[in-house]
Design a binder for this molecule. Structure first.
Ligand SMILES: [Zn+2]
Length: 178
């Protein structure tokens, strides 16, 4: 087989793996936001990245500031009515619960080998390759939150602030996260 033929077959194999979700193409750099991701709030947080392609404006999820009722208009197109300590129909003060919806599909829990850059208004705060020291459950924390790992050779609290406040970021994943 010719060199070009071998190259073509290798490229086709990689494309197939990308299509199957086994790897991200190496040339792809995703734009998005850093995130401190905690499933239940008890087991601890992960250093994470939210792909900007999966961040959408929130236009459907509302919250009443008077009675705390939650209303997702994409599920109930009419105002829900419950018995109990809720406002009378028509008396709610519904406002959007958040500016954005972050789809779980776009969540990447960072792992060794991922290339991450974190920015603040165009200034690079940190850029490098993820290399984590893993901890047993419920052993290590930052600001009182349990954590699963820390980035080696970086101050823990300084690192945590890059994630606990979502920052603009880019990610070249070593492989597809899930
Ligand atoms: Zn209400």
């Amino acid at each position: 087989m010719t060199k070009a033929g071998e190259k073509l077959i290798k490229a086709a194999g990689e494309m197939l793996a990308v299509a199957r979700g086994e790897i991200e193409p190496a040339s792809v750099t995703l734009g998005g936001r850093t995130s401190f991701h905690s499933e239940t709030g008890t087991e601890g947080g992960y250093w994470a990245f939210q792909d900007g392609a999966w961040i959408k404006p929130n236009t459907t999820r509302f919250y009443c500031f008077k009675c705390n009722m939650y209303w997702d208009k994409s599920r109930d197109n009419k105002e829900p009515t419950f018995s109990g300590n809720y406002c009378q129909p028509g008396e709610h003060d519904f406002q959007l619960i958040s500016k954005e919806d972050w789809d779980y599909e776009g969540l990447h829990l960072l792992e060794d080998g991922d290339e991450l850059s974190v920015f603040d208004k165009g200034t690079t705060l940190w850029s490098g390759v993820i290399k984590l020291r893993q901890f047993p459950l419920f052993t290590e924390n930052v600001f009182g939150f349990w954590i699963h790992s820390e980035q080696i050779d970086v101050d823990r609290e300084w690192w945590a602030e890059l994630f606990m406040t979502p920052h603009e970021a880019t990610l070249r994943p070593k492989r597809k996260a899930r």
